[in-house]
Design a protein around this ligand. Structure first.
Ligand code: DP6
Length: 343
């Protein structure tokens, strides 16, 4: 039996059923480090572009009879367990905490791309989940508040609430009220292409949250990394506004390589790259020297994302696919924000 929903605590309009989708985003100025673990507050701001094509979809519904105790959480078709379940279950509780009594829920999240492999599945996943949960509970939030909520699931999820280019504010307040993302420019502002070169399909050995905490505690470069973020953010925002590809390439690659410097100087070291990662970076740099507008970026995994102008995309895709070790190249454009889907 579903547990009864006390009428007094129930949010108006709660159906306890909703489906939402969201896309991953790729940071051009990276987030790597937290100023507060409990509230998941980033130490620095970040700037991202949201993809299309790759997508997380989360469906929330009352759990059917006989499904056992507690919420049922299903990730990519498998009932989640252990730390993965705990992280998702904590977020479900948090997202619905102010909405009063509720039934036991079945929450199913699916990604149409590899999970936990440095492709920002937590960003799209928690953005879709936050939106679906609030809609199901009849407590839809304005975008900035939704972003703040999704940040609690994953820092980068705060950015996937929005489409196009967006900026995450680190904020200063201890309660995190000022730590949320906001749109910088819509997808139509600068229709760049993103080519994701997949070199490994398994989940990464050290998750982002654990990795960034290790860097904060042990990397001798961590303080310098944080100190440089404001300048990188300003430069990247100006480059996006002006659609200045060369300027964006300079700041985005610098931010990416500085983050990997911090990671590699952590103890034990965080080595997310594979030989193919470096070969891909080299390829992108060669293409740019040859006159193409293309830049590289990587996240906590070995995949390389090449960001380029539409006219450069076919040549970039061919060059990436030819690098030994590349399993697949996925082409994306710039996508929209998290959205509810019809039942
Ligand atoms: C390397 O958002 O996954 O992709 O807040 O702990 O969930 P948590 O971390 P997460 O970290 C993303 C790190 C990154 C850089 C970025 O996306 O800015």
């Amino acid at each position: 039996m579903n547990s009864p929903v006390p009428a007094a605590g129930r949010a108006a309009g709660a159906t306890w059923s909703a489906t939402a989708c969201a896309h991953p985003n790729i940071a051009l100025v990276k987030y790597w480090g937290k100023r507060d673990l409990a509230l998941n507050l980033p130490a620095t701001g970040s700037l991202s572009l949201t993809l299309d094509t790759l997508q997380s979809r989360c469906q929330v519904a009352p759990a059917a009879d006989g499904d056992g105790d507690g919420d049922i959480i299903v990730l990519n078709g498998t009932v989640a367990a252990g730390a993965q379940r705990a992280r998702l279950a904590t977020f479900v509780e948090l997202a619905l905490a102010d909405l009063g009594g509720r039934p036991r829920l079945r929450v199913a999240c699916d990604n149409n791309f590899p999970t936990g492999a440095g492709l920002a599945s937590s960003a799209s996943g928690f953005a879709a989940l936050g939106l679906a949960l609030r809609a199901a509970g009849g407590g839809a939030l304005p975008p900035a508040e939704l972003s703040r909520l999704c940040r609690r699931g994953s820092g980068s999820a705060a950015r996937s609430v929005f489409g196009g280019f967006c900026r995450m504010r680190a904020g200063e307040r201890p309660d995190g009220a000022d730590a949320f993302a906001e749109p910088l420019a819509g997808p139509e502002h600068w229709p760049l292409q993103v080519l994701v070169a997949i070199v490994q399909r398994g989940a990464k050995a050290v998750g982002s949250g654990e990795g960034m905490e290790r860097s904060r505690m042990t990397s001798p470069f961590y303080a310098a990394w944080c100190a440089g973020a404001a300048g990188d953010l300003a430069a990247a925002a100006a480059a996006v506004q002006a659609r200045d590809f060369a300027a964006l390439a300079t700041v985005a690659e610098h931010s990416c390589l500085k983050m990997f410097g911090v990671m590699q100087a952590s103890l034990p070291p965080l080595l997310y790259w594979s030989p193919a990662t470096l070969a891909l970076i080299d390829t992108v740099r060669g293409l740019r020297r040859g006159g193409l507008d293309v830049l590289f970026t990587c996240d906590a995994g070995p995949q390389v994302k090449a960001i380029c102008t539409p006219s450069a995309a076919p040549a970039v895709a061919r060059a990436l696919a030819a690098v030994p070790g590349v399993l697949e190249v996925i082409g994306c454009g710039i996508g929209g924000g998290a959205q509810l889907l019809e039942p």
